[in-house]
Each structure stands twice: as C-alpha cells, then as structure tokens.
Write a protein that binds this ligand. Sequence first.
Ligand SMILES: N[C@@H](CCC(=O)N[C@@H](CS)C(=O)NCC(=O)O)C(=O)O
Length: 218
Amino acid sequence: MPVQPIKLYYLPPSPPCRAVMMTARVLELDLHLITTNIMNGEHMTPEYLKMNPQHTIPTMDDNGFILWESRAIQTYLVNAYGKDDSLYPKNPRQRAIIDQRLNFDLGTLYLRYLNLYTPILFRGEAYDQEKADKFDEALGWLNTFLDGRPFVAGENMTVADITIVVTITNIDAFGYDFSSHENIAKWFERTKKMLEPYGYDEIDVTGAKMLASFLKKE
Ligand SMILES: N[C@@H](CCC(=O)N[C@@H](CS)C(=O)NCC(=O)O)C(=O)O
C-alpha cells in the first residue's frame, strides 16, 4: 500500500477519471480525491501545469510519482498495488490483448464517441449522422471482439472492461440504442453486475447522468 493515500486530481463526470476511480475501487485502494474544475480553469494554474503540462484530468500523484493518461494510471495501479494480476495479467499474450483493447478504446471507440458527443454536449451542435455512423462502426468492432468471450479481453474482467464500460454507460445515459450490438448489450449487464459492489452506480452512473444533463439542456 502507498505511504500516503494516492492523490487523484479529478472531476466526477469526467469519463477517464471515472475509469481510474473504478479501478482503484476494485483494487480496494483509497484515493485522496482532489476536485479540479476544468470549467473554471483549475487545470491551468502554474502549480497544475508544473505537475502536468498537458493540463488533463485525471492526474495521479503517488507520493511524488506523477502520472496522467487514465489507462496508464489504471495499469500502474494494478502493477503497483494489485493483490494479484487478474485485472492486468502479466502473461505476455493476455496482456497484449488487453493493451490492444485499451489502445482501441483510446484511439478509436472513445475517440469516435468524443467526435460525436463533444459538439452536442458542450457546443450545442446538432447530431451528426456521419459521426454517429463512425461511432457505430467502432461499436460493431467491439461487438465482434466479444464473440464467444464474456469480457472484452477474454474470460475475466480486466482494466479494459473498466475503461470501455465508462463509454457504454455514457451512451446508455444518453439514450443511444445499442441493442442491435447484442454481445455489447449482454456484456454491459455482466460488467455492471461485476462492478456494482465497488460503487459503479455512485461513480459511473452518477457521472454519466451529469453528462446527460448537458444533453437535455440543448
Ligand atoms: N486520454 C486522456 C484524456 C484526458 C482528458 O482529455 N480529460 C479531459 C476531461 S474528461 C480534460 O482534462 N480536459 C481539459 C484539457 O484537456 O485541458 C486520459 O484518458 O486521461
């Protein structure tokens, strides 16, 4: 366990912050949460920029070890503090599949989600069908990854499920119909059940609803 609680600079609705918080909960690690309101520029102060020049949340401070990028924080926490490696197995091939899913999420699924929803949520723009089609294509790939697998990288829940479920929780709160992606719909129910004892509703559903409230204002 860390000497002092790990600090996490965060904001409750932020999807990447929620992925880190859920990972910490599953690892039974206490985080010292420091609210950083990016709407008020709290991520642009000289102190914050000294810590993270890229001025993103989440940013972690583990007793002086600073790290940002949520997926890197998730895997660090498992490597450093996991009682076992089940959330991020050391086996090279298993780990490679998880890394592929994490990279797929960062560079494709979540990116396409952002391309579709950022203009709608934060700029009041109209729904763009072309962007929705690109996002749905990525959901189709995720659906295929889940063929014959209970979790996105295989037989067990890993950090890849924890990060991807954040995106699916958001679109669920937004009323996006993903029922035609049957594997995703079943996996979503399975993963929610796994995460419920660790505060899924408190962290993920509450955060997604905060984002959905921006949608309703438009
Ligand atoms: N890929 C990064 C994305 C982090 C990110 O862009 N966070 C947003 C909030 S959800 C943010 O910090 N925005 C403020 C900024 O980039 O200046 C991660 O997964 O940590």
